[in-house]
Structure formats: C-alpha cells, structure tokens
Design a protein around this ligand. Structure first.
Ligand code: HEC
Length: 754
C-alpha cells in the first residue's frame, strides 16, 4: 500500500506559494462529479480551503466558512474545500459535508497532488486567489481557535481582510499567517526495510497510551485502531507526541510520581519518530497484538445498574449559555449500597461538557459526613477524567434511601441538540469492603479576581483529622485558571508539594493518582494554591475587564482542590465505628493543656488583622476547625432596626451555598437569634430540627446543632454562631473554648475596607 506522510516530517518546510499563480486543476467531489478550477473563471476571488473530516480545529471553523461563503456569494467570491488526507474516505467526507451542511464543492485530492501544488500543510488552511489565480493570502482563517485555546472572539480576521482587500482592489495587508491545525496526511512510499513497523511496535504503543480515548464511540474525534487510519495521522501523531500535547497530562515532573501518568517513555517516542520517518510502514499483520476488548459503551466493567439521569431528553439550544442543570433521581435503594465502579455516560458528547454525580443521603444534614469518611461525590465525567474503578476491597458508600443529584454542564454547539445521559454502577458485597473511599475538597468560594490581574492567588485548605491515605487529586478552575498546586503541611512541620500543575488547562479535567498512595498523618493540612490569569494576555479569557467571582458559568470562576482518600487503619470487615468529630474533639480535649488553648486563641486573633473582614473570618474558621473539627460554619449576626442581618459567614467546605449568607436580613420579631443577642450567656441547641423559631428551622436544613455567643458588633447587639452537621456538637468543653474564640470577634469591625 502506498500510504502516509512521514517523510515530510523531517523535510524542510515547503515554500510559501504566496505570489505564485495556481494552474488549473481538476478533482472529483465526494459524489464523484468532476470539478475544475477553471469553472470559476469569471469569479474575481476564489477561496480554497484544505480541510479534514476529523481535525478538531476544522470542526471549529466549518460553520464559519459556510457562513462566509453565503455572505460573499453575491460579491463573486467562491469557496472550494479540498480534502487531501489519505485517511479520510469518500464516505467519511460525504457524511462530514452533510453533517456540517457544507454547500460549496468538497473535492477529494487523491495522492495529495493539489495540496502539493499549493504547498498546503495543515487543515484548516486557506488560500485566497485573485482574478488571475495568483495566491494573495495563505494560512489560518483568523486567530480565534488554536491548539489548546479558544478566544471568545477573533482579534485578527485574516481571511475576511484578504477577501475585502481584493474586492476593493487594495493590497492584502497580511499575505500569510501560520496555519494551525492538523497536518495533512499525505501519501508516500513506506520504507520496506524499516526496523519499526505498525504491526509490531506502533500498534502496541497506541493500544497502551491512546486507544482508551481514540476508538469508536469514545471522546477523541478519530480512532487509532486500524493501520489505514493511523497511517494517515502519522505525521500529526509524531507532532503531538513529541510536543507532549497527547496524551493530555499537566503535572510537573518535579513533584511526585503518578500511577496514571499516561506519557510515553523516551523509547516509545523514539519508535514513533523512526516509524514516521520511515513512511509509516505497516509490516506483517501477523505481528499485531490481540485487539483490546472493552465493554460496549462503558469504560468500567458491565454495570449492575444503569440509571437514566433525566426523565426525558434535555433540549440544548443552538447557541447561548445554558446554566448548570441539576437533575435529582431517586434510585429507590431500600438497602445500603457499596459501589466499586461508576461512570456517567454522556448521551450527546457534542454538547455535554461534564457531569458530576453527588450522593444526597437521607437525614439531617445535606451530606453524609457522619458515615466513616467525608464524602458526597460519587463520580464525574469530563474531558480527560477517567471513570471510577476502585481496587479490590475499596468502595464508595450509598446509604439506603439516598437520592442522586447530577450536575450537568451543557455547551451549545451551533445546532439544537438533545441529551439523555446515564449513570452505570457496579456494586460489591458489603462483606468484602475493607475501606470506604471518600471524595472531598479544599474549596474557597470567597475570592475576587481584579480586572487585568495576570497572576491572582487564591488558597484553600483541608485538615485531615485521622491518618489518611490520599488516593487521587483533581483540581478544578475555569478559563482563567493558570496554575494549581497541592501541598501537604505535616504536623511535624515538614511540607511537601504533592502535585504541581504549572499550566492548568480547563479543556482537560485530569485526575492525578499518587504513586505510591500518600499517607497523611492526622493533623496534616492540605493546602491548595491556585493562580488565575485575568489579563488580556490569556487568550481564553472571556473578559479581562471584569472583576471575577465564584460562579457556575465558565466566565465566572471556581477554585476547588478535590481529592479522594481512605482512612489508613480502617478495615470494615472487622466492623466499624462511626467517626464523630465531636468525639474526636472530646478525646483530644482530655489531654489539651491550658497553654495550648491560649496559644490557639493568640493565633486566632492573628487571623483577624487584614483589612478584608470576609477573608479574616474564613481564615479564622479554618484554623478553628483544626482544633474544633465539628464546627462547619461560623457566622456573625447583628440586630439593628428590627432586623437580624448576617454580617459575615464562613462555611469552608460549602460548594454551592444554599443557606443564607452575608447580607441576608430578616425581621427580628420571631427570630431566635435576636433573642440570643440579648442573652448574657452562650445558648446551645443540641438538636436543631426540634426548634420552632423560623431562623433555626431554616438552618436545620444544613445543620444538626448550634452554639450562639452574644457579642457586640459594630456597636450593636449580635451573636457569633457556630453550626455543626453533627447533633450535640457543643459539649461544655467546646462551649468554653468557642466562647473565648467568639470574644475575639467582639467589636471587630466587620465591614471590609476592600
Ligand atoms: C484522555 C483521552 C485521550 C488520550 C489518552 C489521547 N487522546 Fe488524542 N485526542 C483526544 C481528544 C478529545 C482530542 C480532540 C481534541 C480537541 O477537540 O481539541 C484528541 C486529538 C488528537 C489529535 C488531533 C490533534 C489535536 O491536538 O487536536 C491527535 C493527532 C491525537 N489526539 C493523537 C493522540 C495520540 C497519538 C495519543 C496517544 C499517544 C492520544 N492522542 C491519546 C483524547 C485523547
């Protein structure tokens, strides 16, 4: 077979054809009809676009080309598309043209002769010919899309500018701009004596490193499972592999090793290079590895249960931004379930950016913190994220009566679409489970990124209360996310970077599995540090002039360091005790010396020194949680003008605030908090759900017990409130310490000066 492109990989860049005239050529379109350039004799301008059916950048630009061809038709501009890829068959081209409603000629350039005549290298790459068929512009269409970025809109419209200049009889300002996209898969004669062949070496490398995504029905735009297809992509494969673009991976080499590091070894890279240089020879099919088998449609083992996540298909509009959708499903579990594998399967990949499945357990609090480990996240699907498949003896817990909540982010793609997605679960017998796997987070929803700031820092942290084994980390930010780092600060004072992502890429939501799994002794604090680039220099930035806060939408930001973990000494086959954080506090209180509490109070006071009151309270709360772990939220309420108002609140693990926060006001008359502000003693509610006052009833949606310490705030009566998801979280030892901590906030100016 005469196939693929390779030799050109080492050949010098072909010369630009700008300024040269293009001789007439004739090719057949995908219907078999011949088409010659001369048929457009009377047209003042012809645009020739080299395209491929599977290149992501071609997909981004096809609609734009179609719209331009419609817009310029009246002014005598004709568009012609040429497909010169060996790997794109006539039927694939036909399907592609139909899907994108391409109505200008789409020609097949067998043997890439015309591509050679134009010295075209990539798809998409456009050539603008004047009335004499001299090339006046060649290169990219505009600068909106590139490898790894996407501007909200183009700054430079090279193609449009060239057409307009020619129509106005003016010189073209930019005669060329480097094309970006996939290399054209060219034909050439492979070297039959090559020591590296597809069948022997390359197929194995691809199977190991690429085929999870690059196979029929998976997330990559083309399969790398057959020689003909792979050979057409050979040059491009070499480029993305040598540049480290594929497989996608963003952790710095300097910190940590990872079990799921998919990168090729130096030797594998070298073999790909040699193979491509030799013209991508097939070799002997007898050497092929046995094909890998996958469960049809799933990356996990065959699910025991498949649950549709919507009642009926969700309608995704053609354009615009769709708010995060939340679908709640009652799976009808009448007994507890242990899950060892789970996967969300997007019904329509074209528009589903991600799906996260949360567990909402029945009972008091919104989360299942009171089982053996903190966890409310089941599994997510997102570009680059692997489904959940746990080792033998490890499982996630779904209590009987739980509901499943699915968060789905849809990204419209230009035509109206529908989506019906599914969750697949593989269960395991409770008797075999040794460890409960929890997925939790360090999160900071209280930041504000100034306009134009190229390097805004935000931190968040989480303290492990028991000896914990860290199993995976996955950072989450949006389009301004620049870098992300996880650092462990051990109780003995040492610290270590566990994961460093110097260039965060929103397009890939990888998770990172440390090798070996990391033991984090009780008291270790995980500190996550993120940087955001809100400058115009970040091509993905939707608006460098905006002040950016927390929000669901991609033009807003998030800062979450997710992680998965198990308890080091847990063996559930030997029975388990529920871990109450309050009990851990009491256990520790027995041995706490008085000067340790004084020390804590000094450190707490030190957190209140900056001029950002919200930030102060957040840091105050984090530090407090290290010592009184059962506290979930701290807030400050003041009574004035017959209203109770929340001045500030800090609720560190809260992702999606559903409870009232800063600024919320209610008439004081029936509120328990108004009465507590007048008290001269701290007030404890051991079981909030039994309370009648409307403010307490409302907060009982999130918390099981509370403590209220009267203070004066900004000269008015008020309370410092401590809330816990655990019932009876405020025994006298806790009240004593928290009363003194609250007193530090007495009289503290609560208005941010920032
Ligand atoms: C985690 C899934 C995944 C793995 C693993 C993966 N790819 Fe990809 N690949 C993708 C996706 C998704 C795209 C489309 C990217 C886009 O839309 O911009 C892609 C695009 C490509 C492209 C087109 C050029 C580009 O950058 O858009 C090439 C070539 C490619 N992959 C080669 C490889 C090779 C070779 C390997 C293995 C060494 C590999 N990929 C491993 C998911 C993957």
């Amino acid at each position: 077979v005469l196939i693929s492109g390779a030799i050109a990989a080492e050949a010098p860049e072909p010369k630009s054809t700008v300024g040269q005239s293009i001789a007439n050529f004739s090719l057949r379109d995908y219907r078999g009809k011949a088409f010659a350039l001369d048929e457009l004799k009377d047209k003042p301008v012809v645009v020739v676009a080299f395209l491929g059916t599977e290149c992501p950048l071609v997909s981004s630009y096809t609609t734009r080309l179609r719209e331009m061809s419609e817009k310029y038709a009246d002014r005598g501009v004709s568009f012609v598309a040429i497909n010169a890829n060996v790997q794109d068959s006539i039927s694939e081209i036909a399907q592609w043209a139909k899907k994108h409603k391409v109505d200008f000629p789409v020609l097949k350039d067998v043997g890439n002769k015309v591509a050679d005549q134009f010295a075209a290298r990539r798809t998409p790459e456009v050539f603008v010919l004047d009335a004499k068929r001299v090339v006046r512009y060649s290169g990219r269409i505009d600068d909106q899309y590139g490898i790894g970025y996407q501007r909200p809109k183009a700054n430079e419209n090279y193609l449009v500018d060239a057409i307009e200049a020619l129509l106005a009889d003016k010189p073209v300002a930019h005669a060329s701009a480097e094309p970006v996209g996939c290399l054209i898969g060219r034909t050439s004669a492979p070297d039959a004596t090559s020591e590296v062949t597809y069948s022997r070496e390359i197929a194995r490398i691809l199977q190991k490193r690429c085929v999870v995504c690059h196979r029929e029905g998976e997330i990559a735009p083309f399969a790398l499972t057959k020689y003909e297809e792979v050979a057409g992509w050979a040059e491009m494969i070499n480029e993305v592999v040598q540049d480290g673009i594929m497989p996608p991976w963003h952790a710095s080499e300097k910190h940590g090793r990872f079990f799921n590091d998919p990168r090729l070894t130096a030797d594998e890279k070298e073999q790909i290079k040699k193979w491509v240089k030799a013209g991508a020879p097939e070799g002997d099919a007898k050497d092929l590895p046995p094909p890998r088998t996958y469960t049809d449609g799933w990356r996990i083992a065959k699910p025991d249960l498949i649950i549709p996540i919507q009642k009926k298909p969700f309608e995704v509009p053609a354009t615009g931004e769709v708010k995060y959708q939340y679908f709640t499903v009652d799976p009808g579990f009448t007994d507890d379930k242990w899950v060892k594998a789970a996967e969300c399967r997007a019904g329509n990949r074209a528009v589903v950016h991600h799906i996260i499945a949360f567990i909402r357990s029945p009972g008091d609090g919104p989360r299942m913190r009171n089982h053996t480990i903190e966890s409310d996240w089941l599994v997510a699907t997102a570009p680059g994220a692997a489904p959940m498949s746990l080792p033998q003896g490890y499982a996630k817990f779904i209590p009987a009566g739980s509901k499943l909540v699915f968060q789905v982010h849809y990204t419209p793609n230009g035509t109206p679409q529908q989506d019906l997605s599914h969750l697949g679960l593989v269960f395991t017998d409770a008797k075999t489970v040794k460890k409960e796997v929890g997925t939790w987070r360090a999160v900071n929803p209280r930041f504000e990124i100034p306009p134009g700031d190229p390097n805004h820092e935000v931190t968040a942290s989480h303290t492990f209360r028991k000896d914990t084994v860290l199993m995976a980390m996955f950072p989450h930010m949006h389009l301004r996310g620049k870098s992300f780092r996880y650092e462990a600060r051990f109780p003995d004072g040492r610290s270590e970077v566990l994961l460093d992502i110097p260039r965060y890429d929103f397009g890939w939501q990888n998770s990172y599995v440390p090798l070996p799994p990391r033991l984090l002794p009780a008291g270790t604090r995980l500190v996550c540090t993120a940087h955001f680039d809100n400058s115009a220099g970040n091509p993905n930035n939707p608006d460098p002039t905006a002040k950016v806060r927390w929000g669901d939408q991609t033009w807003e930001e998030m800062m979450i360091g997710y992680f998965s973990m198990v308890l080091a000494d847990q063996d559930l086959t030997k029975g388990h005790k529920t871990v109450r954080r309050t009990d851990m506090f009491l256990e520790r209180a027995k041995t706490t010396k008085p000067d340790q509490n004084e020390d804590l109070l000094t450190k707490l006071a030190a957190t209140l020194k900056s001029d950002n009151a919200a930030d102060n309270l957040y840091k105050f709360t984090l530090l407090l949680q290290d010592h009184v772990p059962q506290v979930d939220r701290v807030d400050l309420v003041v009574v004035k003008d017959d209203k109770v108002e929340i001045l500030l609140d800090a609720h560190p693990a809260e992702l999606d605030p559903q409870l009232p926060g800063r600024g919320a006001k209610l008439p004081a008359a029936k509120m328990a908090l108004a009465a507590h502000a007048q008290s001269d003693q701290p007030v404890v509610h051991e079981v909030l759900s039994k309370e009648k006052a409307p403010d307490l009833r409302f907060m009982s949606r999130g918390f099981a017990s509370s403590l209220h310490v009267p203070v004066r705030l900004d000269g008015k009566p008020g309370t410092v409130n401590f809330w816990s998801e655990e019932p009876k979280a405020f025994p006298p030892e806790a009240v004593e310490l928290l009363r003194r901590a609250a007193a530090l906030l007495d009289g503290v100016a609560t208005k941010s000066r920032r």
